[in-house]
Write a protein that binds this ligand. Sequence first.
Ligand code: 1GP
Length: 238
Amino acid sequence: MTAAWADWDHVLKVDPDKGLQEGETFEDVCRTGTDAIEVGGTLDVTRDKMGRVIDACKRYDVPLYQEPSNPAVVVDHEALAGYLVPVVMNAGDVSWITGAHKEWVRIDTIDWNRTHTEAYIVMNPEASVAQLTDADCEQSADDVAAYARVAERMFGQEIVYVEYSGTYGDPEKLAAAADALDDATLFYGGGVHDYETAREMGQYADVVVVGDLLHDEGVDAVRETVEGAGDASVATTK
Ligand code: 1GP
């Protein structure tokens, strides 16, 4: 079976702890043209806040995924297409590699058909995710390529996610990850804020993830990034 994300170019990450721009609704958010919405955030996320975003988006025709940052915020909601669970390859704290996952599996009944992992390589030391996971972000292009290969070849990961959350990353490092992968789908997230940045990172990544822009600038800006990622996908042979 082909993975859902095989055809995606763009994902919009909605942080349930952050608001929308004045006058914008979740209907607008769902109509940006993004291929999927991931609901998730690193800090101050609760089941209630998660559930509110899922409820507000569920009637529109865009697949909804939860990206839980810990077992306590996992929402069991029939509108979810699935769960995309981060595993942080370069975490210093092993909780974020297997610990939180083990706890979740211990306390919950997992719907394995809808549960998938994302192998994160966290690259921005200022980001909450880097601090929380104690990630070692000092990674050269060769290191990033090696982590990508470890994720795909040793750990069988289907999604490798180069994460610069909050800042625009180094395209050469992303290109190195792209070159290293055979079959895994490469996600890129961090600082994508317009057509050009989405198109640039979309040359290397299969899927461009946009987060803060929705909350900081709104749906029109997001729509530009959808176009940039889409055009990059058409222009390359990824
Ligand atoms: C965050 O990769 C996403 O997990 C997107 O990053 O918020 O910087 O767009 P930004």
